[in-house]
Design a protein around this ligand. Structure first.
Ligand code: KG4
Ligand code: ZN
Length: 365
């Protein structure tokens, strides 16, 4: 048995998790998982303010560490290793989690593991199957050969996973990430942040075929979503009122938010969501065929999207691929996925040097 404590502070979420796993990777027990979100703090600035994010990590982290060890009924000295996200992300945020994990590792004389945030997402589909003894273990642990789609607010990429720590980049976005497109388009529609869940909610009653939106770069293994965002931007003045009412009742010409009735919003959300789902599903299946795998996995915040999950599952079933997607709580940023990646690495003999620095641009492959 190994017990790992991990911190995730790559962006605006402070998270701590404690995970225990047996050496055959079959039994994994999540002893604690704490996440403190800062969405409300940054919302009023219209984006994340790095300095505020890192100051809040410093406030939240000690409290979460205390609560996690208390929930897990375990002492810090009983951990076998300490881990933290070392990139990619905001430098001033990454620094906090990595410094705390290193400090604990030095203080308790235990190994330190620097984990790539993207590897946390990438391996998260194996998390539950590992704890449920469902996945037949191969000689390289629970991680089976697969083609993986990581789709989040900061990243959109497909990866060929040979085994643990053997990853090959297939394609990545050349401009916006899919989650970023959801967030930006939601803002144009006057919906809240994060935009993905808002668009999904309105899309449920909408017609996905009402607006013909572009599916970019279908012949490439890379992704592009900025053309889709621009197409929505130019569509809005044609279909929505361009006047808004000021607080004193005057009508003024406006750019955003547009005056739209609920029907138009629902149809726009459904059409936009379908354009993204089409591209993600088509490219993932094409990659799975090219790399001749029998398993497809998907992770990251956008993989919470029920329509994406449903359509990818249906297409995988038709094409003869198995699909593994984490439960929704594991899709958005959390420390359990970092602890899981650290546990698999630790049990396979990986460790990081205490001199290992954070890297805001850390690549996965
Ligand atoms: O993985 P994550 O928590 O953070 C990053 O590493 O980026 O992903 C956050 C992103 C946001 O852009 C958010 O709008 C998107 O995931 N997201 C969704 C949904 N839930 C979250 N996008 C589409 N549909 C959803 N249900
Ligand atoms: Zn993430």
């Amino acid at each position: 048995m190994s017990t790992i404590l991990a911190l995730e502070t790559s962006c605006d979420e402070t998270a701590v998790a404690i995970l225990r796993g047996a050496h055959d990777h079959c039994v994994v027990e999540l002893l604690a998982s704490e996440v403190a979100s800062q969405i409300a703090v940054h919302e009023k600035y219209g984006g994340i303010v790095p300095e505020i994010a890192s100051r809040n990590h410093l406030v939240h982290a000690p409290r979460l560490l205390e609560r996690a060890t208390c929930d897990a009924k375990i002492e810090m000295s009983q951990m076998d290793a300490f881990a933290a996200t070392s990139g990619p992300g905001l430098a001033s945020s990454l620094m906090i989690g990595a410094s705390i994990a290193k400090g604990l590792a030095i203080g308790f004389n235990k190994p330190y593991l620097a984990i790539n945030h993207l590897e946390g997402h990438l391996l998260s589909p194996f998390f539950l199957s590992a704890s449920h003894r469902e996945a037949a273990t191969t000689e390289d642990g629970t991680v089976r050969r697969n083609v993986s789609l990581i789709v989040s607010g900061g990243h959109t990429m497909s990866i060929f996973v040979r085994s643990l720590a053997e990853y090959q980049l297939i394609g990545r976005t050349v401009d916006d990430a899919a989650g970023e497109a959801f967030d930006k388009v939601a803002k144009m529609f006057g919906l809240g942040y994060p935009g993905g869940p808002e668009i999904e909610k309105h899309a449920r009653s909408g017609d996905p075929e009402r607006f013909d939106l572009p599916r970019s770069m279908l012949d490439s293994e890379n992704f592009s979503f900025s053309g889709l965002k621009t197409a929505v931007r130019y569509l809005l003045p044609k279909i929505a009122g361009r006047f808004c009412e000021t607080p004193d009742g005057e009508l003024r010409l406006t750019e955003t938010p547009y005056k739209m009735d609920d029907r138009v919003i629902a149809d726009l959300c459904a059409s936009f969501q379908q354009a993204i789902v089409d591209v993600l599903v088509r490219k993932t299946i094409a990659a799975a065929q090219k790399f001749n795998v029998d398993l497809v996995t998907m992770s990251g915040g956008v993989s919470c999207n029920q329509e994406l999950r449903r359509q990818l599952a249906a297409t995988c079933a038709r094409a003869g691929f198995k699909l593994k997607v984490p439960e929704a709580w594991l899709c958005t940023d959390n420390a359990a996925m970092i602890a899981f990646a650290a546990l698999l690495r630790f049990q396979n003999g990986f460790q990081s040097s205490m001199t290992q620095e954070i890297d805001p641009n850390l690549a996965l492959a």
